[in-house]
Design a protein around this ligand. Structure first.
Ligand SMILES: *Cc1c(COP(=O)(O)O)cnc(C)c1O
Length: 346
């Protein structure tokens, strides 16, 4: 991670955080057992906590969100079925096509460029009930939406989507890597979303600041299948309590810190919104997307990197800036000043 003295200036992702000392203590002191035998008490406690948080019967710890999502796909839908997922979703873009390569699903891309997978668009893409068309298998939604700028999925929209998918006898999975950002930013419980889906994956290693870990939650039956699928994927782990303890610590202590990330994200947006060569999208959580008029995203990224500030260029015109627990007010001011003062030179 880039830092100048104590100042962390790395805005590439909220996955860059280091465990804080108290989190490391919790990890070192965790009570352990062999989790393949279901005997790691710290992991079992974390899974219980996430099941309660999400209102589901059960939950299962995973090393990564990608594996949690994939286990959900494998558990919900048989090979050959159709997976309806957003064209800009993490499952479609950044998981190596595992939905096809490993789960054997047939992707039907839904335009989510406005930030959400919408019912009307889904309905238009739904497979007709003909013997030579793929049968529906699963619908996935992302909350908050990562590359579309940390957008919160509106509950009413989700409720309508769920009514439709239930009518079609098709399960609905939420990639909720950042659902806790959604919950904090809107001051609402996680259950306001999870009661409308059949499963949710939550990342502990993003804004929450744990080094490793995601949790999949769902019914007892689904999590029973996911346990087998996790083992199939090579994810049966032993003394996972050391990792689960970090996640549990994060859930108990780091939720209020997300509010700070959201405030800082909004402040940087306010500093940049009047620039003529740049369009900043009003952020809802901890991700700020900037679109430049000219194709200069890479040049801007390089100019800032030369001054010790890191961010991601998503395309020729798109920049992603992410706020996390090591980013200070001072770092935000420095970022905004550098972008405002950029003269177009590398
Ligand atoms: C990061 C992320 C994942 C995957 O998590 P990993 O732990 O990096 O595998 C899935 N979905 C979304 C929306 C993410 O941002």
């Amino acid at each position: 991670m880039t830092s100048v003295g104590e100042l962390v200036l790395d805005f590439r992702s909220d996955t860059l955080t280091q465990p804080v000392p108290a989190m490391k203590e919790a990890m070192a002191g965790a009570e352990l057992g062999d989790d393949v035998y279901g005997e790691d008490p710290t992991t079992l406690a974390l899974q219980d906590a996430v099941a309660r948080l999400t209102g589901f019967e059960a939950a299962l710890f995973f090393p990564t969100g990608s594996m949690g999502n994939l286990a959900a796909l494998l558990s919900h839908a048989e090979p050959g079925r159709a997976l309806f997922a957003g064209a800009c979703s993490h499952i479609k873009m950044y998981e190596l096509g595992s939905y096809a390569r490993i789960a054997g699903l047939n992707l039907i891309e839904i335009d989510d460029s406005h930030g959400y997978l919408e019912l009307e668009v889904l309905r238009r893409s739904w497979c007709p009930d003909l013997y030579y068309m793929p049968r529906p298998g699963l619908v996935t939604v992302e909350n908050t939406h990562n590359i579309l700028g940390g957008k919160i999925y509106p509950e009413a929209m989700l409720a309508r989507l769920r009514q439709f998918t239930q009518g079609k006898d098709t399960p609905l999975h939420m990639d909720g890597a950042r659902i806790l950002n959604a919950a904090r930013a809107s001051g609402r419980p996680v259950r306001d979303w999870t009661r409308h889906v059949d499963s949710v994956m939550i990342s502990l290693s993003k804004g929450l600041g744990a080094p490793v870990g995601s949790v999949l939650a769902g019914s007892d039956a689904l999590i029973g299948k996911a346990l087998r699928m996790r083992k199939l994927l090579g994810g049966g782990m032993r003394q996972t309590g050391m990792l689960a303890a970090a996640g549990h610590y994060a859930l108990n202590h780091h939720l209020p810190l997300l509010d700070r990330d959201h405030e800082r994200c909004r402040r940087v947006y306010e500093h940049l919104r009047d620039l003529s060569w740049l369009r900043a999208t009003q952020p809802e959580t901890n991700i700020l997307i900037l679109e430049t008029e000219a194709p200069v995203a890479a040049a801007l990224r390089e100019a800032l990197a030369a001054r010790g500030v890191k961010l991601l260029a998503l395309s020729e015109r798109k920049i992603r800036i992410v706020f996390h627990l090591h980013i200070s007010d001072q770092a935000c001011d420095q970022l905004a000043t550098l972008i405002r003062g950029w003269d177009g030179q590398p």
